[in-house]
Design a protein around this ligand. Sequence first.
Ligand code: BES
Ligand code: ZN
Length: 583
Amino acid sequence: MARRDPHSYNDDTQLETETLALTARIDFATRVMHAEATLTFKRPGGGALDLDTRDLAIESVADQDGRELAFTLHPAEPFLGARLAITLPAATRAIKLRYRTSPDASALQWLEPAQTRGGKLPYLFSQCQACHARSIIPLQDTPRLRIRYTAELAIPRTLTCVMAAADRGRTEDGELAIHRFEMPQPIPPYLFAFAVGDLVSKDLSPRCRVWAEPAQVEAAAYEFADVEAMIGAAEALFGPYDWERFDILTMPPSFPYGGMENPRLTFLTPTVIAGDRSLVSVVAHELAHSWTGNLVTNANAEHFWLNEGFTMYAERRIVEALDGVEMASLHAALGRRELDESIERFKERPAMTRLRTDMSGIDPDDGYSLIPYEKGYFFLCALEAVVGRPAFETWLRGYLQTFRFGAITTDDFLANIEQGLPGALAKANASTWIDGEGVPASALPPRSKRLDAIESLHGKAPTAQAAAAWTATEWQLYLETVPRPASEELLTGLDAQFHLTASTNYDVLVSWLTLALHSGHHAVLPRVNEVLAAVGRMKYLRPLYTALANDPRTKAGAIETFAKLRAGYHPIARQMVEGVLGR
Ligand code: BES
Ligand code: ZN
């Protein structure tokens, strides 16, 4: 037997699932999904079968003819969940599992009406990456194995269900509405996704539509109006878009990520709706995953950089195509700063700063950082610099073509690039990037005139004239370069002149608030508490809680604030803040 994924009980000598048929009734009153999942195998067979589950109550298991099969649900292990062991009689083609989920299912967040925009109806959404699909479906929860699926979800008729799949219609039956979906392209289980709420949509182009609660749909449609141009730019770079539709779901504010690349239906935090389209690189990122990640998938979390590093490269190529090379360089410069900060944060666990990591015994949500993103990005830039852009692009397209709808390891990548661009790996010092800690000294620093202008301020306040031309990215870069602690005089002056505490661009706002907190500028505390209560995006919660926890004058207050807000945060965000506060 061989387990090839440290985060799954899957054994590669056992049968593999080809399709999933899911029917479920979603009960908001008890926060439970009552479900039936049919797993059909690639070929008939028998013997042991291990499935991943977490907090599932398994009611019965039967074969394709309805014959009951014995099963053992083993005790749960940390972050892996519980192994469901079934012995299949010879020539089993499919199994049907009846089960229900727990109100604490790690993939789900159930929202009270008060936690939504409209305030009247409840909301439910899933977030399966890294390994939470098993808390809603018993399956082989490893990205190495792709599945196609159909789903039939019964929900209260006052609500609407959307899914990262093709819509196959809605029928109503008494108090319930039944939504049918089909995912014709095979996906890794972490891309299974749905949401239920008071949702409406607006078309942006023949293949793009934005979904949101009624009160937000116009703002979302404005913010994401250019998405079709983005897809065009991405197709010109990486080849045809393979998923037919690219819809966007604007999430409730507690969504813990900036975005999640669920195929056909990207989930986006409402914090990207700044009103001026200044944060849409998050859309470029999730769109880029349609190639890097969703088409070519990392076989397990040890090769996560293949997913996110390539996506950062692709994201910045899209930004460059649409907004020019200066903008892309500014994004890369910010990325470099974030990379250095992340490496500092992991200084006690330096092995986690490698691109290829040993993840056995590590909860992927715990090990999450921007290192695979940004170190991966700078590594790919180093490779590009060695061979030149045209050759790199040709190789990249071939790579995407070769491995499309596949799952690969770092070794698969290495073999492919060595064949396509012989000698490039050695010239770029690939092994120090992949298996070395930190960032190689040879990493190319992003350069641009606008970046030089910011750096030449050495943290001093910009003139009104200079700042008037700054984009949100430049503001963020500037705020990141101000040495900490900054003087009270500088901070008061900046806020009086540029109204940073009142900024509605969350990236700028949180950079500002973090700088202020690290400098003991406690005038911003009310605004900090407002942000902590308004959003659950971890990118914002982490630096704010960290800054509060690092100052003995604000630590107790932060613990109190968290106690009050904890119930409204997503389970993954809760776990992260608990880590930061040492609870
Ligand atoms: N797939 C990730 C989000 C993710 C990663 C969820 C790991 C769970 C586990 C998504 O594509 C992502 O990277 N989002 C970023 C946005 C971005 C622009 C870097 C985020 O959430 O901040
Ligand atoms: Zn990503």
